[in-house]
Design a protein around this ligand. Structure first.
Ligand code: UD1
Ligand code: UDP
Length: 367
């Protein structure tokens, strides 16, 4: 007798979760696995949200909780309150959450109080920096999850060190699936280089949005000063597609952006991928951007004191510079002169298939 595929609910709320869930949603569609999309509304501005549903061809979410921005505790609490009746009504076999945002944690808390199993995609990452909200979110979610999809062996070992051995699978990261599925389309369809007047390998791509960087005036100013100097040293143009949090801080701190940095609006995924692919070097504090640069073969400098993407540092694709302007200059110089023939660390672009192979075996749809 044929068994029914298990039902899934994807809970997400921010730009990186939408991008990295897209390969899973597509694969679930392809397999005819029933799923429900639940958007918390943590991100709501068009350029952080709708633009990705349209660009990635994703179905409109079944539930939009519209929690919006708030203090971290209130935002997470509002999401749990709003998720509880939805997960209760939908009653999927598995709730799937991704990464380390407040939406991820809210999905985890809600699910472990109810019947469905909890699956955590991108499990086992650690910065070992408890001052970052993301570190709490990922640790708590891992310890609540029934199914843990670790992108690398290193992540699996970290989970084992914390006593989590059952329910762990090493799958690669769905970011590789997303890059592979879109890089060629980006090269064909995006006009971003012309639109921004950029030439291949003659610009530095900057993103900075982490609370610990941009909410701290000194750190944010240091990053901008270091990046501007590094671009000038190497005769590079420089674009900074700025997250709304960063735009807010630039205004609040009355920061004059130093030349040659140009602040531009956030780009859609295809255009941003093309920028990452064609940049001479990427400077960032983003998790997803560190990974994508490593996949695309573009050297990266990370303006943080630590990273949970340590694999990228080990292979020479990424350098941890902190936020001291001189250290940023030096790291960019090193990145520009080092070889870029590393072996990408996050898998072969089939992570979504592996994850759904595992979830397909969950129950028989009858609880
Ligand atoms: C969140 C995640 C971070 C992730 C990032 C992805 C947490 C704790 N942080 O940070 O890990 O890297 O998303 O981009 O979950 N805002 C808008 N429009 C929006 C959303 C936010 O203008 O659509 C502004 C608001 O002023 C808001 C601020 O950005 O207060 C911060 O938003 P929030 O969702 O709290 O955190 P992010 O910085 O986006
Ligand atoms: N990204 C994008 N447009 C931009 C900046 C980033 O599409 O202007 C994508 C990027 O390709 C990556 C993801 O957003 O897939 C990273 O998200 P973000 O830096 O906001 O969050 P993090 O990964 O740090 O949690």
């Amino acid at each position: 007798m044929a068994t029914e595929p298990p039902s899934l609910a994807f809970v997400f709320g921010t730009r990186p979760e939408i991008i990295k869930c897209a390969p899973l949603i597509r694969e679930a569609e392809r397999r005819g696995m029933p799923f429900t999309l639940v958007h918390t509304g943590q991100h709501y501005s068009r350029e952080l949200d709708d633009v990705f549903f349209e660009g990635l061809g994703l179905p409109v979410p079944d539930y939009e909780l519209r929690v919006g921005s708030d203090t971290p505790g209130r935002q997470t609490g509002s999401m749990v309150s709003a998720l509880d009746p939805v997960v209760t009504d939908v009653d999927p076999d598995v709730v799937v959450v991704h990464g380390d945002t407040n939406s991820t944690l809210a999905g985890a808390i809600t699910t472990c109080k109810l019947d469905p199993a909890l699956a955590h995609v991108e499990a086992g990452l650690r910065s070992f920096d408890r001052s970052m909200p993301e570190e709490h979110n990922r640790v708590l979610t891992d310890h609540a999850a029934d199914y843990l999809f670790a992108p690398t062996e290193r992540a699996r070992r970290q989970l084992a060190e914390e006593g989590i051995e059952a329910g762990v699978w090493v799958t690669g990261n769905t970011v590789v699936d997303a890059v592979r599925q879109h890089a060629d389309i980006a090269a064909r369809e995006s006009d971003v280089l012309d639109r921004l007047g950029l030439d291949d390998r003659e610009f530095l791509l900057l993103t900075a949005h982490r609370a610990e960087n941009v909410d701290d005036e000194t750190r944010f100013r240091n990053v901008l000063e270091g990046v501007a100097a590094a671009a000038a040293d190497n005769d590079l143009d420089c674009v900074f597609p700025a997250h709304p949090r960063s735009v807010g801080r630039i205004r609040e701190f009355h920061i004059d952006i130093p030349a040659p940095i140009r602040v531009v609006d956030p780009e859609d995924f295809l255009s941003f991928l093309l920028l990452e692919d064609r940049a001479a070097v990427v400077v960032t504090d983003s998790g997803g951007v560190q990974e994508e640069a490593a996949v695309l073969g573009t050297p990266c400098v990370t303006v943080r004191d630590n990273t949970e993407r340590q694999e990228t540092v080990e292979i020479g694709a990424n350098r941890l510079a902190g936020t001291d302007p001189e250290d940023i200059r030096q790291s960019v110089a090193e990145a520009l002169s080092a070889p870029t023939d590393w072996e990408p660390p996050y898998g072969d672009g089939h992570a979504a298939e592996r994850i759904l192979d595992v979830l397909q075996e969950v129950g028989d749809g009858d609880d």
